[in-house]
Design a protein around this ligand. Structure first.
Ligand SMILES: *[C@@H]1O[C@H](CO)[C@@H](O)[C@H](O)[C@H]1NC(C)=O
Ligand SMILES: *[C@@H]1O[C@H](CO)[C@@H](O)[C@H](O)[C@H]1NC(C)=O
Ligand SMILES: *[C@@H]1O[C@H](CO)[C@@H](O)[C@H](O)[C@H]1NC(C)=O
Length: 477
């Protein structure tokens, strides 16, 4: 054994233990000069190279002080980024750091799903207050496939078990609301194994339908929903939002309730918008009205998206596009590359892993999530060269079990490598944490960021948005 050990040691290349670039410092002075130059090199990759005004420097020191106090107070009892959100959300939203970060201008929110963005508690209020509330129905708790699902009908489809909500003693607003968010329904098993992504998805999957598209597609609700969503992101310091949403036929198609016999086959739903055009027109009108009241809201864009596992090349071929700005979910999760194959190989041959190649080759402007890029340093280098932004959704990754300890989130590596990262919230309404400031809190507390880094994240979110550059003015970096 001893002999083998020596042989092994001798065969190690000596280079590994000699620091070639820097050499060993000859004396204490040289050591400290080299130390400073290392520090300077590191700074070039982070927000620290941003010019900060005197006021910003004061705010930076104040935030660092609050951060340190919060760290001291929670280190022994449970540092929030290292603990499951279901146990820390209350501490987070009542903290001083959170209070200050909420006021911070955050630029744009670039990765959000329209029907899952707004707090379910506000959505439920809108539905309860609206003129169609008397036509709200629910599938009961013991329904085999879709318990607690809400929908509007003049007269519900028979035989499915729909029950009228208004006046029903078992279906109070509070009881229903609790069943509409991931944080509300997390099972004991999910709580016990916060890194069991499959279990958390099992909890989340039914929620996508429960209080989303079919409720929000009611024109009466839709108008209030959009205005509330814009108002709410503004309270979080977000002045621009891009949401993902389907248009056209399906449960998301705009409808109004109508008692005319003509609409009996669709249970009283008068579908208004097979092409999705009315939805766009109505949204534009509402946005103009909203911006008259809130001129600090810069804008809103909607991104219609294709199938998850479809490659960018397939999508472009299908859409007859030779070039377009594309945003892509790529290397979305941290599942092992060799195992993350297409879910439906017969109809869709492109794997999630191949999509990260497509994303680079076909010149996407942003990638969604990008957790898996941490394992692909060569592709990461290309993303950096091509200034492709990574949309990072830390709380979503946390809640879905991919990164149960946010101190280890790969985005800090991306930020420090000089890749343009933007922070986003994904589905805060349906997850149940409601506010994008939670993502900023976690990133700020867990990744060693300072105000300059946060400023850079905000600037990235404008620079990499779909907005034309004439709509905003950025300081040069
Ligand atoms: C719903 O109505 C209540 C009572 O009238 C009101 O306080 C609340 O602001 C309304 N909420 C929404 C979202 O419309
Ligand atoms: C309310 O729930 C209880 C217990 O699950 C059940 O026994 C009762 O029949 C329900 N009430 C109505 C009106 O459905
Ligand atoms: C949407 O607006 C455009 C332009 O104003 C108009 O031509 C079109 O008819 C509208 N479509 C619908 C469905 O309202």
């Amino acid at each position: 054994m001893a002999v083998q050990y020596r042989v092994l040691l001798l065969s190690l290349p000596l280079l590994q233990i000699v620091c070639l670039d820097l050499g060993f410092p000859a004396n204490e002075y040289e050591y400290s000069v080299k130390r400073d130059s290392l520090r300077e090199k590191e700074k070039q990759f982070a927000g620290e190279s941003l010019a900060m005004s005197e006021d910003e420097q004061i705010a930076d020191r104040y935030l660092q002080l609050l951060k340190r106090q919060e760290f001291k107070a929670t280190r022994k009892t449970g540092f929030p980024p290292s603990r499951p959100l279901e146990e820390t959300l209350d501490t987070i939203v009542h903290s001083d750091v959170y209070r200050v970060l909420k006021m911070l201008p955050k630029g744009g929110l670039l990765h959000s799903h329209e029907n899952h963005q707004l707090s379910r508690s506000i959505l439920v209020d809108i539905v309860w207050n609206c003129s169609d509330f008397q036509h709200l129905y629910i599938l009961p708790e013991n329904h085999p496939t879709d318990p607690w699902t809400l929908d509007f009908f003049i007269s519900p489809p028979p035989g499915e078990g729909w029950e009228k909500v208004k006046g029903h003693p078992n279906y109070t607003k509070e009881v229903i609301l609790q069943r509409q968010t991931l944080l509300g329904v997390l099972t004991e098993r999910a709580r016990r194994y916060p890194s069991d992504a499959a279990e958390r998805w099992r909890q989340m999957d039914p929620l996508w339908r429960r209080s989303a598209s079919q409720l929000i597609a009611n024109v009466v609700v839709k108008r209030l929903y959009l205005a509330a969503m814009w108002r709410e992101v503004l309270t979080d310091g977000v002045q621009y939002i891009e949401t993902r949403k389907n248009l056209g036929p399906g449960t998301h198609q705009l409808y109004s309730l109508d008692t005319h016999r003509k609409y009996e086959p669709t249970y009283g739903k008068h579908y208004l918008d097979p092409s999705g055009e009315l939805d766009i027109n109505m949204t534009q009108l509402l946005l103009r009205e909203f911006q008259k009241r809130r001129p600090d809201f810069i804008g809103f864009r909607r991104i219609t998206y294709g199938h998850h596992q479809e490659s960018v090349s397939q999508m472009k071929a299908k859409m007859h596009l030779s070039s377009c700005t594309t945003r892509r979910r790529a290397a979305e999760t941290n599942w092992p590359d060799d195992l993350m194959t297409s879910f439906e190989p017969e109809v869709d041959i492109s794997t999630t892993q191949d999509n990260s190649l497509d994303a680079v080759l076909l010149g996407v402007s942003r990638v969604g999530h990008g957790l898996g890029f941490i394992k692909r340093p060569y592709l990461l280098k290309l993303l950096k060269q091509r200034r492709v932004a990574i949309e990072t959704c830390p709380t979503s990754n946390h809640l879905l079990g991919y990164i149960p300890d946010l101190r280890n989130h790969p985005a800090v590596h991306y930020i420090r490598s000089g890749i343009p990262v933007v922070l986003a919230s994904d589905d805060p309404g349906s997850f149940g944490y409601d506010h994008v400031t939670v993502d900023w809190y976690q990133a700020f507390m867990a990744w060693g960021l300072r105000l300059a880094d946060l400023k850079l994240l905000a600037l990235n979110s404008l620079r990499h948005s779909g907005m034309s550059a004439s709509k905003y003015v950025l300081p040069s970096i």
